[in-house]
Design a protein around this ligand. Structure first.
Ligand code: BDR
Ligand code: CA
Length: 313
């Protein structure tokens, strides 16, 4: 079983991804770390505690960064029009939940857990990357101890969703993302190039809920608001961005990839843009030189990914 720390900002599509990780037999979910993004870190942490309580997930939850890695960066507004004021659509969530967060900040939890399991931990990050950047800053040696990083983020050959150039997770924390892509650990980016092809229809999710019992009813209820947002963009359903990254962890054969150094633009009109310099490309000296070759996903077998999500949930 693959040991996974899930770095997340729940978040409606994050909630589905969390349940996928919990239910997939190949995954050992050993920790959940939260960060600002779809809502404040107080809210995303409360949501992670709420979901883990309701779904019987006993992995510890550690609260992470409240703001971007670069303290000078102005934080963007939370996308309440996509994930709702609560971060989990329109459902009722108690203000306080019985479960408590781990006493350590998320980046410390990551460092401790990676050092206790050298070479074994996969970080699946589906949110702004401040926690990973803080962990790298405090303990750069963890880059050599993490098995791999799989992240949902970036838009390589298509427009962004938070700006023309940038995908939301990268847009929210470009400096953190650049640090993560240029660190000496293997990174695979699952960006909008593939996630936007992967739409679960409202009818399919309702069907899964009918078959899947109480946990799936909750997932279906909390997803309605998000699907209303996506109705005019992708038809009647939801883009399952974050679940795509989790599927990659267990079924990489459902994706096509390219490799090369990746940098993130941290200012200018294309701030937050992720740019790959393909391996073997002949080019003059550039800011991509000397950085590790990473992997980005270029194509996805969307029907097979959606079917794996259905059977796993
Ligand atoms: C990403 O941004 C967030 O809103 C989603 O949860 C996902 O991680 C998609 O761009
Ligand atoms: Ca997310």
């Amino acid at each position: 079983m693959e040991k996974v720390i899930f770095d997340t900002d729940p978040g409606v599509d994050d909630a589905m991804a969390l349940l996928f990780l919990h239910r997939h037999p190949g995954i050992d979910l050993i920790g959940i770390t939260t960060v600002f993004g779809n809502a404040s870190v107080e809210t995303t942490t409360r949501n992670a505690l709420f979901l883990t309580e309701r779904w019987g997930i006993d992995a510890p939850v550690a609260k992470g960064a409240a703001s971007p890695f670069n303290p000078e960066r102005t934080q963007h507004a939370f996308p309440t029009f996509i994930h709702g004021e609560s971060g989990l659509g329109g459902i009722d969530i108690p203000q306080a939940v019985a479960r408590e967060a781990d006493p350590r900040p998320a980046h410390r939890f990551i460092i401790d857990t990676v050092k206790a399991n050298p070479g074994e931990v996969t970080l699946i990050a589906v949110a702004p990357l401040a926690n990973l950047a803080l962990a790298l800053q405090e303990a750069p040696e963890i880059a050599g101890l993490v098995k791999r990083v799989i992240l949902m983020g970036g838009a390589f050959a298509m427009p962004g969703n938070a700006s023309l150039a940038a995908e939301a997770n990268i847009h929210n924390d470009p400096e953190a993302a650049d640090l993560v892509f240029t660190a000496s650990w293997p990174v695979t980016a699952i960006g909008l190039d593939v996630t936007t092809k992967t739409v679960m229809t409202r009818g399919k999710l309702a069907e899964i809920a009918e078959e899947g019992g109480e946990a799936l009813h909750l997932l279906n209820d909390l997803s309605q608001f998000y699907m209303d947002f996506y109705r005019h963009r992708v038809g009647d359903g939801m883009v399952v961005h974050d679940s795509c990254a989790c599927v990659y962890a267990v079924a990489p054969e459902l994706f096509e990839t390219m490799s090369g150094a990746v940098r993130v633009l941290t200012d200018g009109i294309a701030e937050g843009k992720t740019v790959l310099k393909p391996d073997g490309m002949r080019f003059g000296p550039s800011a991509w030189d000397g950085h590790p070759s990473q992997t980005i996903c270029t194509h996805i077998n969307a029907p097979a990914v959606l079917e794996l999500i259905r059977t796993t949930l």
